[in-house]
Write a protein that binds this ligand. Sequence first.
Ligand SMILES: Nc1nc2[nH]cnc2c(=O)[nH]1
Length: 456
Amino acid sequence: MDRFFKLKENGTSVRTEIIAGITTFMTMAYILFVNNLFLGPDGAGIPADGVFFATCVGAGLITIIMGLFVNIPIALAPGMGLNAYFMTVVLSSDGRITWQAALGAVFISGIIFLILTVTKIRQLLIVALPQSLKAAITVGIGLFVASIGLKLSNLIGVNLSGVTDPTQTIGGSSINFTFGDMVHSHEVQLTLIGLILIAVLMALRVKGALLIGIVATTLIGIPMGVTNTGGLSGATWFPNLNDLAVGKFDLGAAFKLGLFEIVFVFTFVELFDTFGTLVGTATRAGLMKDKEKGEKMIGKAMLVDAVGVSAGAVLGTSTVTSYVESTAGVAEGGRTGLTAITTGVLFLLSLFIAPLAGVVPSAATAPALIIVGVLMMGQVKSIEWDDFLYAFPAFVTIILMPFTGSIANGISAGILSYVILALCSNLVSKNKVKIHWLMWVLAVIVLARYIFIGSE
Ligand SMILES: Nc1nc2[nH]cnc2c(=O)[nH]1
C-alpha cells in the first residue's frame, strides 16, 4: 500500500487518506440528489433511476481510476453548472433536442477533450499562464467553493430590490447579497455552529477537524430539526436498476441537429474548469512543488478527466468533472490516490446507502467548504500585486469566480485582460513582456465565445 501510493514520501498515512476520502465524499454527496433536479424527469427528462445510477457509478468509477492511475487526491462527479446547462439545452429546444441527443453532445465534447489532451494542448496551458494567474485561479476557486457553501446553507441569500417583472433579466445593481435569517432559520444557525466548531478545531490543529465537524454538526442538527433522519425508516436500500440511461446517448442526432455550439460550450467550460480545479487543488496539496512532476501529474489527471466526460455520457449523465470539493479532503491531509479511491468506493456504495448519504444536511457540509476557502486564500501572497500588469488579471480572475459562479468565467477574464495589458505594455515600453502564443489563441477563443455565443 505504502509503496503503491507513496504514502510516506507524501507525508501521509492510510488513516489520514481514508479520513480525507470520507470528508471529500461528504462534501460531494449532495450531487447524488441534486443531479436529478437538473437531469431527471422534472428537468431534462432522464428517468430518475437512470440519473442516480449514472451519478453513483460515473463518479465512483472515474474517481477510483483517478486514484489508481494518477495517484492524486482528486474526486470527480457530474459538474454543477454544466448539468444545469444540459437541462436548459433540452428544455429550451421545444422538443427538437432530446436528452439522448444532448448526451451525444457531451460524448463528443469528451472526445474533443481527449484529443486536446493527447496532443498536449491542455498541458501547455500550465506553461503558458503567468505564475500570478495560476495563483489567482487557486484563490478564486477557494472563494468559489466558499460561495457554494454560503449559498447551499442559506447563510447568504439575495435581496432583489425593485424587481417587479419576473420575465426581465435582473440587473446586477438590483441584487444585494444578504445574511441569511440567523434569528429564525435553524438551518442558518446550525451552519454557524458548524462553522465555529470546525474553525476552533482547525485552530487547535485537531486532525480530522473537517470530518469531525461535519459529523458533529449533522448530529447537533437532529434535535434542531435540520437533520432529517425520517428517510432512514422504511428506506429502500437496494437500487432500482430497471430504467437506466446507459448507452442511450444518440450521436447521430447530435450530428444531425448540428449541436456544434452546444458541444463548444461543453468543451470550453470543461477545459477551463478542469484545468483550474486541478492546478488549484494540486497546489493546495503541495503537489506542484516539484514543477516537472506536478505538471506531468496534471497532464495524466486531465486524461482521466477527459475519459470521464465520455464515460459519463455513456452511463447517462452530463459532464463528469474534477470537483473543487476535493480540496476539503486535501485540507484533511489527503495527498494521494488513496483519498480518491476512498471517495470513489463510497460513491459506488451509494447505490446501496443512498438514504444514509441523504441524511447529512447542507448546513453540515457548508462550513467545511467555507473553511476550504480560507485555506486556498493563502496563495494570494504569491501574486505580484505591485505590478499592475499581473495584479489586474489576477484580481478579475479571483472576483468573477464566486460572483458568476463559474471557474471558466474567471479564467477567461484573466487571460483576456492579461493579453490586452501585456500587448499595450509591449507597444509603449522597452521592457517587453513575454506573451506565450497559446495565450493569444485562448484570448481569441474567449472573445469569440462571448461575442457569438454569450454566457451559458
Ligand atoms: N470544478 C468543479 N467543481 C464542482 N463542484 C460542483 N460542481 C462543480 C463543477 O462544475 N466544477
